[in-house]
Design a protein around this ligand. Structure first.
Ligand code: ADP
Length: 501
């Protein structure tokens, strides 16, 4: 067999065939330069496999394939019932390969297998099915103007869409982007994150079997600064959708200006979680834990800044510390009782450790954690869940996104102060608040600058509900009906029925 596939056995004993190529025109191919990137198992720092990495010349090939497919009548003019069936078939294949996909995701990314299997793959399947259902419900509009004129609006695809995805939820982020792009008739060139290149290639291996015409979905691995930048700057790409850091989002926005691409950005956050004196303390503690510690804290919407009203501050900090020590079981991600696996890479691990040092040297009070976690075989990028209390607003750990099992807590006196401080951030992705006062809950929710607010919970996300940020947390919305807006143009057609010159 060519070196485009490799037989692998994952740590859970699962055997499968891992594709290694770039997926262009429904085929796996080598990169033209022969360059590769290597995937590392974050649990023990061993190499899993290397895969081909795209350079600008491969990006050109993938974009040309996607451009050709935009005009291919078998895709462009496909009956929308058939397009819907195709997406349902894709979802069905993903379901059939769920175990393999979840295994790769855990091996490559470090997230617990139960989470990969239930949450990530559950979300992938639901999202593709949800947008499969939309494929035959993309409606235009007739606008009455006068008897002499007929004006109507058709919604048409944007064309070639570049989609750049991150490493924290590789398959789920792929599904969030593929679903709406495909059901509206676009074609796609997707680039996965270099830290997690494997699961997306296995997903690619199901595309041809599902029946998508060649070039409709092209999937590349490659470095952000090479392949990602080549996509963002490409003159034959119509749209770029990106999920990742705010700094990279800004770079992409600049590059996309070259041909005024349509853009959707979902970037960073430092989302606040407010606990008022009248909150159900037990619930506030449990949701605060999930809100920051889920997925090793590597969630853009993580509620990483907890503000607690002074009447219950000490009690909250004590109960939260106790709960984190019980619930955040750190360990081998393939073990059933593991809640927290390793950070995705050495770079992320070191980044979190450096914020721990910043917290200590800036004088914040370390409540628990504050060090690497070495009890999982002595290797791997594990970090002890870390809580800093009595954190001041000007400290770096209060203002900057850490992206790890790392949370800061601070107290507030009044509702007004809570809102003011919640909004004192360059970010505006999510926000949570805990109170049993229904009026306060809705009033505060309205005044918080964020794309999403959770009342008495944290980090709820649902394929049917729009997701996205304000301020430097992003532009545009994914998921729900709102997600379709990001992938269609509204074309107005004016018909003259009798106005004569
Ligand atoms: P992180 O800093 O957490 O790794 P990034 O925002 O850098 O997050 O990465 C998210 C995605 O953006 C990845 O697929 C990465 O390869 C890509 N990327 C990184 N830098 C660039 C760039 N300059 N241009 C385009 N894509 C990039």
């Amino acid at each position: 067999m060519s070196d485009l596939f490799i037989d692998l056995t994952a740590p859970n004993g699962h055997k499968y065939k891992q594709p290694r190529g770039l997926f262009i025109n429904n085929e796996f191919v080598k990169s033209q330069s022969g360059e590769t990137i290597t995937s590392i198992n974050p649990s023990n720092e061993s190499e899993i496999a290397s895969v081909y990495a795209a350079g600008p010349e491969d990006v050109d090939k993938a974009v040309a394939a996607a451009r050709k497919a935009v005009k291919d009548p078998s895709w462009r003019d496909m009956d929308t019932n058939a397009r819907s069936d195709l997406l349902f078939k894709f979802a069905q294949l993903i379901e059939q390969h769920r175990e393999t996909l979840a295994t790769i995701e855990t091996w490559d990314n470090g997230k617990p297998y139960q989470i990969s299997f239930n949450d990530d793959l559950g979300e992938v399947i639901t999202t593709i099915k949800y947008y499969a259902g939309y494929a035959n419900k993309i409606h235009g509009q007739v606008i009455d103007t006068s008897p002499a004129k007929l004006a109507y609006v058709v919604r048409e695809p944007l064309g070639v869409c570049a989609q750049i995805i991150p490493w924290n939820f590789p398959l789920a982020m792929a599904a969030w982007k593929l679903g709406p792009a495909l059901c509206t008739g676009n074609t796609v060139v997707m680039k996965a994150a270099e830290q997690t290149p494997l699961s997306i290639l296995y997903l690619a291996s199901l595309i041809k079997e599902a029946g998508f015409p060649p070039g409709v979905i092209n999937i590349l691995n490659g470095e952000g600064r090479k392949a990602g930048a080549a996509l963002a700057q490409h003159l034959d790409v119509d749209k770029i959708a990106f999920t990742g850091s705010t700094a990279t989002g800004k770079e992409i926005m600049k590059m996309a200006a070259v041909n005024m691409k349509n853009i959707t950005l979902e970037t960073g956050g430092k989302s606040p979680l407010l606990v008022f004196d009248d909150a159900d303390l037990d619930q506030a503690v449990k949701w605060s834990h999930v809100g920051i510690m889920y997925n090793q804290g590597q969630v853009c919407t993580a509620t990483s800044r907890i503000l607690v009203q002074e009447g219950i501050y000490d009690k909250f900090v004590e109960s939260f510390k106790e709960y984190v020590s019980q619930a955040s079981v750190v360990g081998d991600p393939f073990k059933d009782d593991t809640f927290q696996g390793p950070q995705v890479t050495k770079a992320q691990y070191e980044r979190v450790l450096s914020y721990i040092e910043a917290g200590k040297s800036d004088g914040a009070k370390l409540v628990t954690g504050g060090e690497a976690f070495k009890d999982v075989g002595g290797k791997g990028f594990f970090i002890a869940p870390t809580i800093f209390a009595d954190v001041k607003d000007d400290m770096r750990i209060y203002r900057e996104e850490v992206f790890g099992p790392f949370v800061v807590i601070s107290s507030f006196k009044t509702e007004e102060e809570a809102i003011e401080r919640a909004n004192d951030s360059t970010y505006g992705l999510g926000a949570a608040l805990f109170t049993q006062d229904i009026t306060k809950a809705h009033t505060v929710a309205r005044r918080i600058e964020a794309g999403m607010v959770w009342i008495n919970s944290s980090n709820d996300s649902d394929v049917r509900v729009p997701f996205g940020g304000v301020k430097q947390s992003g532009i545009g919305r994914e998921l729900g009906e709102a997600g379709l807006e990001a992938y269609t143009n509204k074309k107005a057609i004016h018909v003259n029925l009798g106005s004569r010159l």
